[in-house]
Design a binder for this molecule. Sequence first.
Ligand SMILES: NC(=O)c1ccc[n+]([C@@H]2O[C@H](COP(=O)([O-])OP(=O)(O)OC[C@H]3O[C@@H](n4cnc5c(N)ncnc54)[C@H](OP(=O)(O)O)[C@@H]3O)[C@@H](O)[C@H]2O)c1
Length: 294
Amino acid sequence: MNPRDLSDKTYLITGANSGIGKAAAQQLAARGAQVILACRSAERGAQAQAQITQATGNSRVIVLPVDLASQASIRAFCAQVNQQFTRLDGLIHNAANFDPSLKQALLTADGVETIFATNHIGVVLMTALLEDLLRASAPSRILTVASKGLLTYPFLDIEFDNLNGERRFSTQHAYYHAKLAQVMYTLSLAQHLQGSGVTVNCVRVTNVAIPDERLTHLPAWQRRLYQLKRRAAISPEQMARTYVYLISDPSVEAISGGYWDENNRQVQLNRSVANAATRARLWQVSRQMAGLED
Ligand SMILES: NC(=O)c1ccc[n+]([C@@H]2O[C@H](COP(=O)([O-])OP(=O)(O)OC[C@H]3O[C@@H](n4cnc5c(N)ncnc54)[C@H](OP(=O)(O)O)[C@@H]3O)[C@@H](O)[C@H]2O)c1
């Protein structure tokens, strides 16, 4: 079999209706994989599905709706995945909320600040609910997604008294806080999954172009900032190649707990990630916030 052929694999990608997630879904579909697009909007998901199938000729592209800011939605979604699919070779936690128009912490129905809920707690819950399927499909892989922007926060640490923006809130802070939590969680999860044949790695996404249609909710000056940033950005397709590499390349199969850049190289972690006590506490607290019994 051609080593690039993935027709015996099933991958699930959250936020697969736009940007890097959609590009990664298309690259996996182009190699024959069955791909589950986990999308907040069924309509935007269906549009992406039609475009991917048309571009690749692969009709095994499925849309399932999920809102990562709702634990009830994640539970319903995972129940459907567990019922409908007999294997899962890769789970890509790509979706994220970065809404600079948020002026104050907005709590979800589960009582969690929306950005932390979507970008961290939702990932913890979805992973736990799909863990058995991933274990049964081993060797299988999980990919979490952080940001190169964390480099500009060298002293950022987990603020256990501010997980819901109780003490201070800005979109920027909540976003990087959740991304740092994802990096720490990746290391804890790698430890938790040791010996299971399920690996987990984290990719540090660099500056990737965001098209104008994703910016319409922003004031003009913020749109202008993004347009300027775009001049130095790489394309979603370029970044997606690293997702595909980490989730499918044979050379990564045995690596777990790695932190990677857009050039498929392992890179240094933020200083605070080294603190094992913080990682252990975050694991515990995140599971509680996700409604998982420990
Ligand atoms: N672009 C960059 O420069 C950059 C830099 C660093 C890190 N990243 C990271 O890279 C990943 C992909 O970003 P991107 O640039 O491709 O952004 P994007 O095009 O805005 O994609 C984000 C995806 O997440 C989905 N999403 C947001 N909230 C959701 C929710 N509550 N439930 C389910 N899905 C939800 C969005 O769905 P809707 O269409 O419904 O909104 C969209 O499909 C993210 O994790 C992001 O943090 C990006």
